[in-house]
Design a protein around this ligand. Structure first.
Ligand code: KG4
Ligand code: ZN
Length: 331
């Protein structure tokens, strides 16, 4: 077995990566589209697809070059064909099919959210054992009982907005450019998390589900008063604290309910500074070990796609060129 090239175009990041048999990331290139969508305060699907089509082969070429690899070194190509914006996913699938056909190598289909789950496993082999995964991003927000790689039970999900969407919306109330999660995080570091007592939706309802849309209005109402002396940093810090309180409590409750002592955290919001401090701290008190995926594997990337494909091939998966884009597939 040789190298696997991964391709990922779920939303607005065009990504390609090369991963070897030992799950080492040889290269990981992510071509973001921030400038394209910033002015619209959200991702415009039509424009995202056009940008993917423009840059996908350049991104693949760069990933191969950075890995010091040639197309002939590839034993397979992997692509996310199961989650994201349909027009975006189709571009990745078409490119991957063409490359696999030209090279005569198998094409391995990958589910974007499963690849996020695997992003923690590929950097911490202890997670091949059963654990709880908090997958928390812009396009998805779930608690997953990982029985083993390939065997998942979604035990909690958001009933409306994801945590990432909430960060992005609050960022826009504070005048920050989309996507604003990382900027809200930065701003919050200089603020007082107790300045505003924002709601902690569903914190004590006994379920493992989330709901972040109810946080928007109270935060917006305070954010509108910034000219009256309210501090943007205090708003950001208080909002972040509310979200993190809910994520920590629900994740530890999930581990308790399933009798598991290991937790992983993946997806863009797993980059958040406060979550990275608070969850391990609260976990340690409850005897639960928490692993975060490394930040470069948290936000959308193709290394997690190639890594998962390497594992599937090792377990006997055979690829197929006959692959469709089914972007709403369940995990
Ligand atoms: O995993 P990702 O790149 O794409 C999806 O699959 O959705 O996640 C992007 C999300 C965005 O909502 C972004 O604002 C959020 O992750 N994000 C953060 C941070 N970095 C990225 N949210 C909070 N704190 C951060 N440091
Ligand atoms: Zn994602």
């Amino acid at each position: 077995m040789g190298l696997v090239l991964g391709i990922e175009t779920a939303c607005d990041d065009t990504a390609a990566a090369v991963v070897d048999e030992d799950l080492r990331v040889r290269s990981s290139v992510v071509w973001g589209q921030k400038q394209t969508h910033e002015q619209f305060n959200g991702v415009v699907p039509e424009l995202a697809a056009r940008r993917h089509a423009e840059v996908i082969l350049r991104v693949v070429k760069q990933a191969l070059e950075e890995a010091g690899a040639k197309m002939s070194d590839l034993s397979a190509i992997a692509v996310n064909n199961q989650h994201g914006l349909i027009r975006s996913v189709v571009v990745g699938v078409a490119a991957a099919r063409g490359l696999a056909y030209a090279q005569g190598v198998p094409l391995v289909p990958v589910h974007h959210v499963e690849a996020h789950v695997f992003s923690a496993i590929m950097t911490n082999p202890a997670l091949f054992e059963p654990h709880i995964c908090l997958a928390v991003a812009g396009g998805h927000n779930a608690l997953i009982h990982v029985h083993s790689v390939g065997d998942y039970e979604v035990i909690g999900r958001t009933l409306d907005d994801s945590a990432g969407e909430a960060f992005d919306k609050v960022g826009s109330y504070l005048g920050l450019p989309f996507p604003a999660g990382a900027q809200v995080d930065k701003l919050a570091r200089g603020g007082n998390p107790r300045a505003y007592d924002f709601p902690r939706p569903k914190l004590k309802d006994g379920s493992l589900n989330f709901s972040f849309s109810g946080l928007k209005t109270p935060v917006r109402m305070v954010a509108e008063k910034l000219q009256d002396g309210a501090s943007a940093a205090d708003v950001a810090a208080s909002f972040e604290r509310a979200v993190v309180d809910v994520l920590v409590a629900k994740t530890l409750a999930a581990a308790e309910q399933c009798g598991l002592r290991q937790v992983s955290v993946v997806g863009g919001v797993a980059c958040n500074t406060l979550l990275r401090e608070e969850l391990p701290r609260a976990g340690a008190k409850a005897g639960i070990v928490v692993t975060f995926a490394p930040p470069r594997l948290c936000t959308d990337n193709a290394a997690m796609v190639a890594g998962l494909a390497q594992h599937k091939l090792r377990e006997g998966a055979v690829g197929t060129l006959d692959l469709d884009a089914t972007p709403n597939a369940p995990l």
